[in-house]
Design a protein around this ligand. Structure first.
Ligand code: GYE
Length: 349
C-alpha cells in the first residue's frame, strides 16, 4: 500500500496529550499545535487509527458491477444467473464482465467498472494474489467491493479493504470429503487428487482441508496431485495421465464435480469401473454430479452453493442502511451421496 492510500484511509482518531498543556486559554495557538505535532512524532501522545470502508448511499436503484472469472461450467453459469435474476428483479443496472479465465483481464474489467462509476463491485476473483490490486483500486476510488464465491490473498482484509466475502467454507468442504472417503475406504486408500485452478482460494483451501481430514487415517495417502483447472476435459486428461502412472490408485478426490466427471470418463476409457474399482469423491453438487451419484459412478459430492445473488443484494441493502456487515457471509452447504442425490437432481443446476 502506498503512503497516500495510507493517509487517506487511516485517520488520526484520538490525540491525547500526555504532557502539561498551557493553562492560559489565549496562549499562542500555534505553540500548542506544534507541540502536539512534535509530541506525536516523538511518541509522547497516543494516536489511534480508524479504518474506513467506502460508504454507500441508499438509492432506489444501483449500478452494480459483477466481474465474473469465466463461464466454462454449470457452477459459474448458475452463479451468474442468480446475480442477473436478482438485479433484474430489483430493476438495478448490472455491468457484467467475463474474464474468460484470465486474471489480467479480470483486473482490467474491474478498472473499467471503476471508470464507469458503478456503486458497488461484486468480484469473483479467479486467483488469490493477482486480484488484490483490483480490490485496492476500487477501495481507493471509493467503491465498496464484495467478494463473491472466492477470496483474495489475506493481505486485503474484509471489513477494511473490502466489505465482505460471501461464499462457502472451502477448508471444511475438503475436510468433509476426506472424512466421508476415509469411512468409505475403511481408512485405507491410494488417492489421486485433481486440484482446481492453481492459486485460487477454493483450490488452496480444498487441498488444505482434505489433508487435514485424512491426518487421522495413516492409511489414507495422496499418491499424486495435479491441477485440472476446475474443467471437465482438463480433469479427464490429467486423470488419464495420473492413472497410468499410479495403477495402484483406488480413489480420486476432485476439487469439483466437473473434474470428477472427467475422471470418470478417463476411468471408463481405461477399462476401470468408477464406483467399485476406483471411488470418486468431489465437491459442488451440480446436476450432472448428482446424476452420476444416482448412477453409482460418483460416490459423494459436498455441496458448494453457487446461487449467491440474493445474498449479495441483501448485503448491499443492509450496508447502504448503515448496518454492520459480518466479514464472512457463509453458505450453508449440504452433502450428497446415494442417500439423497436422486431426489435433488431436478432442483440442481
Ligand atoms: O467449486 C468450481 C468453480 O469458486 C467455489 O469454482 C467456486 C468454484 C467451484 O469453477 O466448480
Amino acid at each position: 500500500m502506498n503512503s497516500s492510500t495510507f493517509s487517506r484511509r487511516r485517520k488520526a482518531a484520538a490525540v491525547k496529550p500526555t504532557m502539561k498543556t498551557p493553562n492560559r486559554m489565549n496562549r499562542n495557538h500555534t505553540v500548542i499545535c506544534s507541540s502536539l505535532l512534535l509530541a506525536a512524532f516523538t511518541g509522547l501522545v497516543s494516536v489511534s487509527f480508524a479504518d474506513e470502508l467506502p460508504k454507500l448511499k441508499q438509492k432506489e436503484h444501483y449500478k452494480i458491477g459483477f466481474a465474473q472469472t469465466e463461464s466454462n461450467n454449470p457452477w459459474r453459469l448458475a452463479e451468474t444467473q442468480s446475480v442477473k435474476d436478482e438485479a433484474a428483479k430489483r430493476g438495478d443496472q448490472l455491468v457484467y464482465t467475463d474474464a474468460a479465465g484470465s486474471a489480467a483481464k479480470q483486473v482490467a474489467d474491474v478498472n473499467s467498472m471503476i471508470a464507469q462509476g458503478v456503486d458497488v463491485i461484486l468480484l469473483a476473483p479467479r486467483e488469490e494474489k493477482p486480484l488484490v490490486p483490483a480490490v485496492m483500486a476500487a477501495e481507493k476510488a471509493g467503491i465498496p467491493v464484495i467478494l463473491l464465491d472466492r477470496r483474495v490473498d489475506p493481505v486485503a482484509k474484509p471489513g477494511v479493504d473490502y466489505l465482505t466475502f460471501i461464499g462457502s467454507d472451502f477448508v471444511d468442504e475438503g475436510k468433509r470429503t476426506a472424512e466421508w472417503l476415509a469411512k468409505k475406504m475403511n481408512g485405507k486408500a491410494n488417492i489421486i487428487e485433481l486440484q482446481g485452478t492453481t492459486g485460487s482460494s477454493p483450490a488452496n483451501d480444498r487441498h488444505t482441508g482434505f489433508v487435514e481430514g485424512i491426518k487421522a487415517y495413516p492409511g489414507m495417502k495422496i499418491v499424486a496431485s495435479q491441477s485440472g483447472d476446475f474443467a471437465r476435459d482438463k480433469g479427464r486428461q490429467v486423470a488419464e495421465t495420473l492413472l497410468q502412472a499410479h495403477p495402484d490408485a483406488n480413489a480420486i478426490y476432485a476439487h469439483n464435480d466437473e473434474m470428477a466427471l472427467g475422471a470418470i470418463a478417463a476411468l471408463e476409457a481405461a477399462g476401470k469401473k468408477p464406483g467399485s474399482d476406483v471411488i470418486v469423491a468431489s465437491i459442488d453438487g451440480e446436476k450432472d454430479g448428482l446424476q452420476a451419484i444416482a448412477d453409482g459412478k460418483l460416490a459423494v459430492s459436498v455441496e458448494c452453493n453457487p446461487r449467491l445473488g440474493v445474498k449479495a443484494f441483501q448485503v448491499i441493502d443492509r450496508y447502504a442502511k448503515g448496518e454492520k456487515i459480518p466479514t464472512w457471509v457463509k453458505s450453508d452447504d449440504r452433502l450428497f451421496d446415494d442417500a439423497n442425490a436422486k431426489e435433488n437432481v431436478a432442483s440442481a443446476y
